[in-house]
Design a protein around this ligand. Sequence first.
Ligand code: C5P
Length: 232
Amino acid sequence: MGKDVIIACDFSSREETLSFLDKFTGTKPFVKIGMELYYAEGPQMVREIKARGHKIFLDLKLHDIPNTVKKAMSVLRNLDVDLVNLHAAGTRAMMEAALEGLTRPDGTRPLLIAVTQLTSTSQERMEQDLLIKEPLDQVVMHYAKTAQQAGLDGVVCSPLEAGKVHQVCGSSFLTVTPGVRFADGEVGDQVRVMTPEEAKRIGSDYIVVGRPITKAQDPVAAYERCVREFVD
Ligand code: C5P
């Protein structure tokens, strides 16, 4: 899969989601389904969007004991999504179990990526709440390397970390980066942001863009602008 823009469909109902996707008549964007929509509408929503011809990143961030994650992944593999994720903090054993569960009897599987440290976690909170004393960027790189050793395909990370992840893990290790904003747009609650052009320059493989597209007056134009700045 090449560089692409993934739209975060952070909606809480089927109706809202489908009326948003109906606006895209010419293209079938890659979409991200997160916890909000999945918990509201369940696996049927995933099947329906897939049947409409979209690629899907199922962003459920699994984190549990290895056996439970393995079993959950072996259910998710039947949804025929393109990309799924988990928390690297679940350890290498959990990531290896996840890969096992995700692999279908014919050897195929969706791509599997790991969340390192959430972009909402600060150095201070990591030290105080998690008792991790190392610098945040070192922790992110260590988690990325561990994910790679476990056999995963890449990580979700801040666009600011994508270049370094590629240096450490190689350019074919995927970086999927949220926190993207247009130069002239609102930042909202994201703290460390980058424009699609900057994310391209730094080497992100996929950008995940939510509100700059979903809340735009013209979502299709906003999506096309992202594609122009990031992919073309
Ligand atoms: O609306 P916005 O562009 O901020 O949406 C970004 C999407 O990426 C949201 O679905 C958010 O949950 C997700 N995300 C994030 N930061 C992370 C991981 C996921 O913003 N570290």
